[in-house]
Ligand binder design. Structure first.
Ligand code: NDP
Length: 328
């Protein structure tokens, strides 16, 4: 059956300007790190993308190695694009990345020009795209000159294979250097993609200020700390949760360790008439230097649930103090 996107989609979410650029991004974006691999349910993956787009989520975030196996999330995404989203290509912001382990040998990891250029070519083939909207260097590489890595990003834009470029997981000092190199090359850095949530606040120590002052956007990943910042683990470990089902990146031990904080935060959320997932997302969106919150989802209901976070992004001093004391 032919997919026709909801005609009211653009009335359902706000869009924020990405730094000083011309590009607007939805307050929530959807990442394909989990649930789009080779052995994940294809129809579910398809429904997740349709549900997101029907609600104005125009931005889908990928990387070369999302799966498992590596590359398979891009393949799944390419298939769904072909089936359902062909006529919507110009309404989508599709990103990919390279920087982590991808293929064997010295050219399939880190930050050389050799790796980044060939990895983007592979990503474009897997997704059957002519270009990505944003390409990121996925993590800093201490052994490759930053000039080479940023030069590779600049080249992709000149080749027409990426419209914008960004960096991910860079500390403020190295990010600042990267911005300067890119600016001098004539390809300003669009956006930085760091991890940020109630449980991981490292970007408050200089990075957000740098991004605000440099006119670079911010898109924050794992805003729910992979599902810990929801009410799902409060009464036990659900069989269909990431910690139980997958366990590669989210361990049940970690969930148990954080449980007292999760429970206390859940009470604050209730007092705001939100659930914990919604509060965790609102709490990030309260800062207008953050362009978008990059969620993951295993079910369409989670996307709909999380979208409600955008309705209440104002926190009182008292609420913030309560949250800070729980996290202290
Ligand atoms: P989240 O912190 O949003 O965790 C998503 C998971 O939380 C879901 O898969 C689901 O897990 C659960 N969940 C989501 N919404 C709800 C809800 N409303 N109620 C209850 N449970 C919910 O983000 P991710 O860790 O998935 O990361 C998001 C994206 O960020 C990735 O897809 C990727 O694009 C990007 N990323 C980038 C990285 C980088 O280095 N640049 C690193 C990591 C991620 P469950 O299976 O339990 O249902």
């Amino acid at each position: 059956q032919k997919y026709i996107a909801d005609e009211n989609r653009y009335k359902k979410i706000n869009y924020r300007r990405t730094g000083n650029s011309g590009l607007l991004l939805p307050e929530l974006s959807l990442g394909l790190w989990h649930n789009f691999g080779k052995n994940d349910d294809f129809d579910n993956a398809r429904n997740l993308l349709k549900c997101a787009f029907d609600n104005g989520i125009t931005h889908f975030d990928l990387a070369n190695n999302y799966g498992p196996p590596y590359g398979s999330a891009e393949k799944t995404f390419g298939k769904i694009l072909k089936k359902d989203f062909k006529k919507y290509r110009d309404e989508l912001i599709i990103s990919s990345k390279a920087g982590y382990d991808m293929w064997e040998g010295p050219y399939g990891n880190f930050g050389s020009k050799k790796y980044l250029i060939s990895s983007l070519d592979q990503s474009l083939k897997r997704m059957d795209l002519e270009y990505v909207d944003i390409f990121y260097h996925h993590r800093p590489d201490p052994d490759t000159p930053l000039e080479e890595t940023m030069g590779a990003l600049d080249l992709m834009v000149r080749q027409g294979k990426a419209l914008y470029v960004g960096i991910s997981n860079y500390q403020p000092k190295e990010a600042e250097k990267a911005f300067k190199i890119l600016k001098d090359l004539g390809t300003p850095c669009l956006i930085h993609q760091p991890r940020y949530s109630l449980f991981d606040r490292w970007i408050e120590d200089g990075l957000v200020d740098l991004l605000g002052n440099s006119g670079v956007g911010a898109i924050c990943f794992s805003p729910l700390a992979q599902g810990m910042l929801t009410d799902k683990y409060i009464n036990g470990l659900p069989k269909d949760s990431r910690a139980v089902k997958d366990g590669r990146y989210l361990k049940t031990d970690k969930v148990m360790e954080m449980l007292p904080k999760i429970k206390a935060l859940n009470e604050v959320a209730k007092s705001r008439n939100q659930n914990l997932a919604q509060m965790a997302i609102s709490w990030i969106l309260k800062d207008d230097r953050i362009t978008s919150v990059l969620i993951g989802a295993s079910k369409t209901e989670q996307i709909l649930d999380s979208l409600k976070a955008t309705e209440n992004t104002i926190f009182s001093e008292e609420e913030l103090a309560r949250i800070n004391s729980i996290l202290a």
